[in-house]
Ligand binder design. Structure first.
Ligand SMILES: [Zn+2]
Length: 116
């Protein structure tokens, strides 16, 4: 490979490094980081509360009944879960879902658009 070509390639790689999309491997790494189930504590006794039934009202909004696992407490309540932002864009995007990117990704996307 000619030196000029190498230099050009090196330049474009450095140029793209900031805005390049995540690879499959990187996506998987991110996913495995969240494999530990999130724990929601009971607001009264602090014991883990379990989600009993959950109902999706929209693709990005869900409501659920939550129940304390401490039999001496017995609290039950309602929670809502709203998906607010995209961290890693889907490779199978649902056209009805319009989620803003997390601010860091928005900056990268705008920088990419500005530089072509
Ligand atoms: Zn409790």
């Amino acid at each position: 490979m000619a030196a000029a070509q190498k230099a050009a390639q090196g330049h474009s790689r450095a140029h793209r490094a900031r805005a390049r999309p995540l690879s499959r491997r990187e996506k998987l790494t991110l996913t495995t980081q969240f494999r530990n189930k999130p724990r929601i504590p009971c607001p009264h006794c602090g014991e883990t509360a379990g989600i009993r039934k959950s109902q999706g009202l929209t693709p990005v909004y869900r409501e659920a009944v939550i129940e304390c696992r401490n039999p001496e407490c017995g609290w039950r309540g309602k929670i809502s879960i709203e998906i607010t932002h995209t961290i890693t864009p889907s490779d199978m995007p649902n056209p009805t879902v319009a989620l803003p990117l997390v601010p860091r990704l928005r900056e990268l996307a705008m920088a990419k658009a500005a530089t072509g």
